[in-house]
Design a protein around this ligand. Structure first.
Ligand code: PAF
Length: 280
């Protein structure tokens, strides 16, 4: 069944108020569109848990620190809605930027600590933009549960921190990264890889896997990270922004495996910047 397309906040409020009055559990999957199997896995998880599922599609200008990146972000609205129809989503909420950030909008949500390193230092302001829009989407959808991919691990930690700090009445569910058969993490940005870059792209995940095995086998973390960086560059990536082992929740530097750790990486191939992370 085709989902109901809602573009205006009052119409969304009316719909969700009715559902909540009826005691229905609402799940939201926030996205920026250009949907792929990774997003669909979040929708399936939401469908399994909730009475009603809303998918939001909004390319959030506040989280792009580079205007060219915002411009190039793929927009595939008709295909997205068709995919969501096949999954039985109730509502697709696709607001215009002026509805999300009307004139006079003056609030920014900033989660310190976990927003700082890695993506935070390479994309200044990015997580303020994410936290601000996610807080708004929670308010607008009044969802009981919200589904995020572990692919954006740092984003997931930022959202968890925000929800805990601000006592937001929503449960955050982090879902496993979905990968192509060759290991490349699914991402809307993959569509921008040319054939040669696409063939080289799995090298990032492969190098991370080898480094994780080496660390588990006793190799010192700095040596393993140095080796992984060299492997990624040798495989044809143009730049490695970072490849680091961090504590899983606070994303602090770790030099051994005493606490749950996460390896996170960002690297550029052609003009596409890929990120990935794995548990170690
Ligand atoms: O992960 C994304 O697609 C975006 O950062 C999100 C969570 C939809 C906020 O714009």
């Amino acid at each position: 069944m085709r989902p109901e397309i809602i573009r205006h906040v009052p119409a969304l409020t009316q719909r969700v108020t009715g559902w909540r009055k009826g005691g229905q559990e609402i799940g939201v999957v926030p996205t920026m569109g250009a949907l792929h199997e990774g997003h669909l896995s979040l929708v399936r998880a939401a469908k399994a848990d909730c009475d009603r599922v809303i998918v939001t599609i909004f390319v959030n200008p506040k989280q792009f620190n580079n205007p060219a990146d915002l411009e190039k972000y793929p927009r595939t609205e008709a295909e997205d809605v068709a995919l969501l129809a096949s999954l039985g989503v109730d509502v697709v909420f696709m607001p215009l930027p002026a509805k999300v950030y009307p004139e006079g909008f003056a609030t920014s949500v900033s989660v310190s600590g976990v927003s700082g390193p890695l993506e935070g230092s390479h994309r200044p302001g990015h997580f303020d933009g994410v936290a601000t829009v996610v807080a708004k989407l929670f308010g607008m959808t009044q969802a009981h549960r919200a589904y995020f991919g572990q692919k954006d691990w740092q984003q997931l930690q930022v959202v968890l921190r925000m929800v805990a700090d601000l006592n937001m009445p929503v449960k955050i569910i982090g879902c496993e990264t979905i990968r192509e058969a060759d290991g490349l993490a699914m991402s809307s940005r993959n569509a921008r890889l040319d054939t040669a870059s696409r063939a080289k792209a799995p090298a990032l995940y492969n190098a991370m896997q080898r480094a994780a095995a080496a660390i588990r086998g006793g190799m010192p973390v700095p040596a393993a990270m140095k080796q992984a960086r060299a492997e990624v560059l040798a495989a044809g990536f143009d730049e490695v922004d970072y490849i680091e082992l961090r504590s899983a929740a606070l994303l602090e530097r770790v030099s051994d495996l005493e606490a749950p750790a996460r390896m996170l990486a960002a690297a550029v191939i052609g003009d596409v910047r890929l990120i990935d992370n794995i548990a170690v």
